[in-house]
Design a protein around this ligand. Structure first.
Ligand SMILES: Nc1ncnc2c1ncn2[C@@H]1O[C@H](COP(=O)(O)OP(=O)(O)O)[C@@H](O)[C@H]1O
Ligand SMILES: [Mg+2]
Length: 623
């Protein structure tokens, strides 16, 4: 029986342990949810103010443990939200609007704050004030050129609300005030004290604080003059601006609706007398208010206070990009301009060059025209001269043929009577010898006249050629027969070699006349026992070549240059050998008229070679 008291005692000792263990077990098993809180007045203050609220959440929502995460710096809070390091966020309206816009944080409740007079309010405002003694400042517009002080440039109730209010009245403290100052400690009290000490003309703090510090005897409220005081709305504390919703409690996008609902219910059921509410400085949580006015405040400040610094901060990237783009455009434009100027230069140079070229062409054309004109004039003069020469030549030929004809009649009479005298005269007498001389000279004169007559007839075209197909072999055989007696006198052998028979187009009698002259020359200007060779063969299919070569005295180079000129005879022959010096001239004229060629090569003491080329009958036909 003595065991029972021991057992009961043991139970009393063990029970709290078991309860703690169970509690710990429950905590270990529960899911942790983190509530990020903006610690404006430091981490410790935040913990004091809000840890009871998170505890109430943990107690009211089974299976979840809520941890308070105080965050001083707003950038840090942003990072925590972005990286889902926290699940709920409890912050000032300005920060909430930012998190809502950028990370989808959604308010579930708004704080119903306890005012100094004990009345709850879910919205707040800002007070703008001056010293009660200051008679210069009675309205907001009097702030111009006066010094002004706020709590912090980023403080909502402590600066931004008043700043917006002034901007809406076209007063920009940064532009119009003599100085804009902020509390170095981020403290509202500093601002009120600065005004009371008359260090600053105008101050602004969050609504409700003047009453609070007055209640704490930190300030004398009567020494303050409130500017632009709003009285008609339901906000009971002193205030100079419109009011804005209190701090929201927001859930983040990764948190489920179920948990959000549980948190909503837990917060809304917090009683004004609970530890959470009293330490949190609020009476309750109320349905979430609209935060549009906060948004509007941000945009008003943004657009009405568009300082270069602000713009730079917000649009740094866009600005830098635009500047780079502009620079690129300027550089590219400069490049284009330089290319363009180069183009213009080249174009000008080209135009000048073209103009110069045109000038040159004009000059040259003018010169050419003058030259052409001169040339035409010369041509004209030449044609006229040629015509005159032809006319003169014709007149000469006419005259010669007429004269030769007239000379022939008396010459024939001289020769006839000379013959008679010779016949009546004894041989070996002086008269006989003289008569023979007269006859020889007369015969020479006659042949001279005949040949002149012939040449002038040919030249004047009064002896037309009778062109036909002639066998060269036949024509030459007839010529050889006629010339043989002459060859025999000098015991000259004639060698005829017909390599290939040819039919040429020409005048037979004239061809014979040519050949006889060339053969008689080959005999006349040959030595005793000399040789004359005749060769006929086809030359390159279309021509017939007749070669008459001798082993005679030949001609020196000087004389060869004069060949074919009428009356040209080698000096050594002119007296000894009978001849007129007209034979070769007639030959060349006739051969040319028959579309042929004559070439003579000669070597003194070795002999002479005459080549005649005449068109064959085939060539003429094929043409
Ligand atoms: N085969 C030849 N050998 C040497 N001299 C020649 C020969 N053929 C022509 N000649 C020279 O050319 C001159 C002109 O010849 P040509 O006109 O036939 O006149 P001709 O026979 O009446 O003298 C001749 O006087 C002669 O001096
Ligand atoms: Mg001759």
């Amino acid at each position: 029986m003595r065991v029972l008291p021991h057992l009961i005692a043991s139970l009393f000792i063990l029970l709290p342990l078991v309860a703690t263990a169970a509690d710990q077990f429950e905590q270990n098993e529960s899911t942790e949810l983190k509530v990020g809180v903006r610690a404006i007045n430091g981490i410790q203050a935040a913990q004091l103010q809000w840890s009871e609220t998170t505890r109430a959440l943990s107690n009211n929502i089974k299976g979840y443990h809520f941890t308070l995460v105080p965050i001083v710096d707003f950038e840090e809070m942003r990072k925590a939200v972005a990286n889902k390091k926290i699940d709920f966020v409890l912050t000032n309206p300005l920060a909430y609007v930012d998190l809502n816009q950028h990370y989808g944080a959604t308010r579930i409740l708004t704080l119903n704050k306890k005012q100094p007079d004990g009345i709850a309010s879910s919205s707040f405002s800002s007070v703008i004030f001056t010293h009660a003694d200051n008679t210069d400042i009675n309205q907001l517009k009097d702030i111009k050129n006066k010094s002004i002080m706020g709590v912090h440039p980023e403080a909502f109730g402590g600066w931004k609300m008043a700043f917006r209010e002034l901007l809406l009245r076209d007063i920009n403290p940064y532009r119009d005030s003599s100085i804009v100052k902020f509390s170095p400690n981020n403290a509202h009290l500093d601002v009120i004290l600065a005004v009371l000490k008359k260090e600053i003309d105008v101050g602004t703090v969050r609504s409700g604080l003047i009453e609070k510090f007055s209640a704490q005897n930190k300030i004398e409220i009567t020494k303050l003059k409130i500017l632009n005081q709003h009285k008609e709305d339901d906000l009971t504390t002193l205030h100079s601006t419109q009011h804005y919703p209190e701090w929201p409690f927001a859930t983040l996008s990764h948190v489920s609706n179920g948990i959000t609902n549980l948190v909503f219910q837990a917060l809304i059921s917090i009683k004004p007398e609970s530890k959470a509410a009293t330490s949190g400085g609020y009476l309750s949580w109320t349905a979430p208010l609209e935060y549009n006015e906060v948004n509007q405040l941000i945009s008003d400040i943004k657009y009405r206070h568009a300082t270069f610094e602000n713009l730079w901060k917000e649009n740094k990237t866009v600005f830098l990009l635009s500047v780079s783009f502009l620079l690129a455009i300027i550089i590219y434009s400069l490049y284009l301009i330089s290319i363009n100027s180069q183009l213009i230069k080249s174009e000008t140079a080209l135009t000048q060059h073209r103009e110069h070229l045109e000038e040159l062409i004009d000059e040259r054309t003018e010169k050419l025209n003058v030259e052409i004109k001169k040339h035409l004039e010369t041509e004209n003069q030449l044609a006229q001269a040629k015509k005159a020469a032809e006319h003169a030549n014709l007149a000469k030929s006419d005259f010669l043929s007429q004269m030769s004809h007239e000379m022939k009649t008396p010459l024939n009479a001289i020769l006839g009577f000379g013959q008679l005298i010779k016949m009546d005269t004894e041989e070996q007498t002086v008269i006989y010898d003289n008569t023979r001389e007269i006859l020889s000279a007369g015969k020479h004169l006659l042949s001279l006249i005949n040949e002149i007559l012939d040449l002038s007839k040919i030249e004047s075209g009064r002896s037309p050629l009778n062109i036909e197909a002639i066998s060269c072999e036949e024509a030459l055989t007839e010529c050889i027969a006629m010339i043989t007696p002459l060859a025999q006198q000098k015991q000259i052998t004639i060698d005829e070699n017909i390599v290939s028979p040819c039919t040429v187009m020409g005048d037979k009698n004239r061809l014979k006349q040519i050949c006889i002259n060339l053969l008689s020359n080959a005999i006349k200007y040959n030595k005793y026992n000399g040789e004359v060779s005749i060769r006929i063969h086809k030359y390159k299919d279309k021509k017939c070549e007749i070669i008459i070569a001798d082993t005679g005295v030949g001609m020196d180079e000087n004389f060869q240059k004069k060949l074919f000129q009428p009356f040209a005879r080698a000096d050594k022959h002119s007296k000894k050998i009978e001849g007129t010096g007209l034979g070769l001239a007639i030959c060349r004229k006739l051969i040319t008229d028959m579309n042929g060629e004559i070439h003579i090569t000669s070597e003194v003491t070795h002999g002479t070679k005459c080549r005649i080329l005449l068109p064959t009958a085939q060539e003429i036909n094929s043409d």
